[in-house]
Design a protein around this ligand. Structure first.
Ligand code: ADP
Ligand code: G3P
Length: 505
């Protein structure tokens, strides 16, 4: 039976491949977890969609599952926090509550040509000063513009004020708080910051970008902080304050207690996202990173981050398993890779949908290079894992060049961090210790923390920081000469991936 004197906070993590709900107690410990996958829809090469209605059903199911497993009633939850896959774009009809098209997922490349067109003479940097982002198919604004221009009737309906735009946080909050029956249409600064429509300075929609992309403001949600009560849930969570929203990578920053300027975390999932807290001012990037929001607690000053977004890391392990069939489970890759001492000279650059940070090359495609007859599947298994650590090394180098901050330890989380060989290689190629916390579900934890701060479950960041505990640490052991030589090889391999896809779409 749950302890009735303890306060509980629920968090929903709506991710790219699955949704989960985790309930935490006041010590930040997990009480119950429920998780469900949703369909990945691939209508054409490079296109990736989700059914937002299916996502909403799965979210309701995992909330019910987690509450049941915890043996709690909704009225025992002090708050609900939301964290989500970022950039994925939903348009829905305000009157019916139904999406007007499948959601366009962050990985979808259909807007590459539109982005090239929008860039004009300024190219990728046209909106960078205002938004911190290079023009790339990754972000939501061009996805919304594409829908308005390509789905018959949508532009007229949007101009009549009949439609709503949202990233997944907005879609969930609107539904959780009543949908067509009074649902609130809001987003938080971390999600709004990934649309390429928000100014990092004012934290408001930027009129000149809206007009350049031809997006009516009436579509857009109100931008709020990441930790405040947006509304009260109805339905199975009736009465629970919906009290936080954070993009999943920013939620991991919050859950990893990266509250001090100069602290960083890397989350290793489908892709990997390394965020460095740069304090209360945005730091512009000249080296292929994103300047992005970290979080904003109520009326406090916003915190900014530099981000190195890597599109494919864990997804390369999935490809090795599912497309090549060399391993049967993701865990097997460690045993196979450990059966040899090195990569045998082979490198794999997983530019499956171009390369994100620090290159932003939509013309890149994957390469396997350095092959000789000596190379076995075990060497390739190593090359798969090393692709993750080398890509991370490149974004860490870019962080240093942009911010002058030399990362002295790296906090890590996500599904790949259970791979010891990978984590050791990561420490080796960065030359700094890599540390994993005891609660590895840092994304949900961050959303729960923010919701709990907004509702008085926790008082301040110091209290949250005290919950963080080390679980495992890997220290660098590689000879510096070997490391530098291998890094050069990696960079040569990356160059070979450029220019494979001529029109960049
Ligand atoms: N033992 C392992 N070694 C390497 N990669 C792994 C291992 N176990 C899982 N993965 C990878 O981790 C990813 C899943 O991590 P997760 O944090 O759940 O990702 P996401 O939230 O993006 O779905 C998958 O891409 C999978 O291939
Ligand atoms: O859902 P994830 O964990 O793959 O994260 C996706 C990122 O938010 C994309 O920007």
């Amino acid at each position: 039976m749950p302890d009735t004197s303890v306060k509980y906070v629920a968090a929903i993590d709506q991710g790219t491949t699955s949704s989960r709900c985790i309930i935490f107690n006041q010590d930040g410990e997990i009480v119950a977890v429920d998780q469900r996958e949703h369909r990945q829809i691939f209508p054409k090469p490079g296109w990736v969609e989700h059914d937002a209605t299916e996502i909403w059903s799965k979210v309701q199911a995992v909330v019910a599952g987690a509450i049941a497993k915890a043996g709690l009633r909704a009225d025992q939850l002090s708050a609900l926090g939301i964290t989500n896959q970022r950039e994925t774009t939903v348009l829905w009809d305000r009157a019916t509550g139904k999406p007007v098209h499948n959601a366009i997922v962050w990985q979808d490349t259909r807007t590459s040509a539109l982005c090239n067109e929008l860039g004009g003479a300024d190219g990728q940097d046209r909106f960078r000063e205002t938004t911190g982002l290079p023009l790339a198919s990754y972000f939501s604004g061009p996805k919304a513009a594409w829908l308005l221009d390509n789905v018959p009737g949508l532009r007229a309906r949007a101009e009549r004020g009949e439609l709503a735009f949202g990233t997944i946080d907005s879609w969930l909050i609107w539904n959780l708080t009543g949908g067509t029956n009074g649902g609130v249409h809001v987003t938080d600064v971390t999600n709004a910051g990934r649309t390429m429509l928000m100014s990092l300075e004012t934290l408001e929609w930027d009129q000149s970008i809206l007009s350049a992309m031809n997006i009516p403001e009436s579509l857009l949600p109100e931008i709020r902080s990441s930790a405040e009560v947006y509304g009260t849930a109805v339905g199975q969570l009736a009465g629970v304050p919906v009290a936080s929203a954070l993009g999943d990578q920013q939620a991991a920053v919050f859950g990893q207690a990266c509250y001090d300027t100069g602290t960083a975390k890397n989350t290793y999932g489908t892709g990997s996202f390394l965020l460095l807290n740069t304090g209360n001012r945005p730091v512009p990037s000249k080296n292929g990173l994103l300047t992005t929001m970290g979080y904003k607690i109520g009326s406090e000053a916003p915190v900014y981050c530099l981000e190195g977004s890597i599109a494919i890391t864990g997804a390369l392990v999935q490809w090795f398993r599912d497309q090549l069939g060399i391993i049967k489970t993701a865990d097997e890759i460690e045993t196979l890779a450990a059966s040899v001492d090195d990569n045998g000279g082979a490198y794999i650059v997983p530019a499956f949908s171009g390369l994100f940070a620090p290159y932003w090359r939509s013309d890149a495609r994957g390469v396997v290079t350095g092959l000789t007859r000596y190379v076995t599947k075990a060497h390739l298994a190593r090359a798969v894992l090393e692709a993750t650590s080398w890509q991370t090394r490149e974004v860490v180098d870019a962080m240093y060049q942009d911010s002058g901050v030399q990362i002295t330890t790296l906090k890590v989380d996500g599904g790949m961090t259970k791979n010891n060989l990978l984590m050791q290689h990561q420490a080796d190629v960065l030359g700094v210790p890599v540390i994993r916390p005891r609660v590895s579900e840092t994304t949900c934890l961050g959303a729960a923390y923010a919701a709990g701060l907004a509702t008085g479950v926790w008082n301040d960041l110091d209290e949250l920081k005290a919950h963080w505990q080390r679980d495992a640490e890997w220290t660098p052991a590689m000879d510096a000469g070997v490391r530098d030589r291998e890094y050069q090889n990696w960079r040569k391999a990356v160059e070979k991936s450029f220019g494979w896809y001529a029109d960049g779409s």
